[in-house]
Design a protein around this ligand. Structure first.
Ligand SMILES: Cc1cn([C@H]2C[C@H](O)[C@@H](COP(=O)(O)OP(=O)(O)OP(=O)(O)O)O2)c(=O)[nH]c1=O
Length: 190
């Protein structure tokens, strides 16, 4: 059976794959995440997922390599990870009382096949309570996450509704990923 390499150091992606029953080895890709400004959210996540997978595949061509990338998009504009408290505050205020889209791109590469796709989930935030917002941005949670929140943790306090694959928001669209991995003869154990 081919063995799976995850081109990611994201703790969420590792946990999602493990909980779903996959065995794999995780390795950092070191791929550049710089993109042209004109690129759309769906193009961005597919391109970055591909770069991450390709960087690891180049070093391990006998494996099946999976890369992924997640961004939040508000009215077509990409929100990455906030670097400062001010940036996190601004991002979360922008998301307040509105719907945004979470895009995750996935690339799976082997010698025999290449599969690249993205999944989109719509998330609506309730009107943010200023006290909760200040407490949230004073925690460490927003800073390694696209859009500055984590739906799987305290960030769920802001979420009014979601339409689409929940796991896509956390960082990996499990349903489509499982199907795609099957086409590489990689199956979860149950
Ligand atoms: C919106 C949202 C994003 N995120 C995370 C998923 C991704 O890990 C992160 C977006 O950053 P990515 O650049 O996609 O991934 P990463 O840097 O964490 O890991 P790697 O490049 O090694 O694969 O935001 C959540 O955990 N919860 C959420 O609700």
């Amino acid at each position: 059976m081919p063995s799976l390499l995850l081109a990611s150091q994201s703790p969420r992606r590792k946990a999602l794959l493990t909980e779903t029953g996959f065995s794999f080895t995780a390795t950092a890709s070191g791929a550049s995440e710089v993109l042209k400004d004109s690129v759309s959210p769906s193009q961005a996540v597919e391109e970055l997922a591909y770069r991450k997978a390709q960087a690891v595949f180049d070093a391990h061509p006998d494996h099946v390599v999976l890369g992924a990338d997640t961004v939040v998009a508000l009215q077509g504009h990409i929100l990455g990870k906030p670097e400062t408290k001010e940036e996190a505050r601004r991002m979360l205020r922008d998301l307040s009382s509105r719907s945004h889209q979470v895009f995750t791109g996935v690339a799976i590469l082997s010698r025999a096949r290449k599969v690249v796709f993205h999944e989109e989930t719509e998330v609506r935030f309730q009107t943010l309570d200023e006290k909760l917002l200040e407490a949230y941005i004073s925690s460490s949670e927003p800073y390694d996450k696209a859009g500055g929140y984590g739906i799987q943790a305290k960030g769920r306090l802001f979420v009014q509704s979601i339409h689409g694959d929940y796991f896509n928001v956390v960082g990996l669209p499990i349903c489509r990923t499982v199907r795609a991995l099957q086409s590489f003869h990689i199956y979860p154990s149950i």
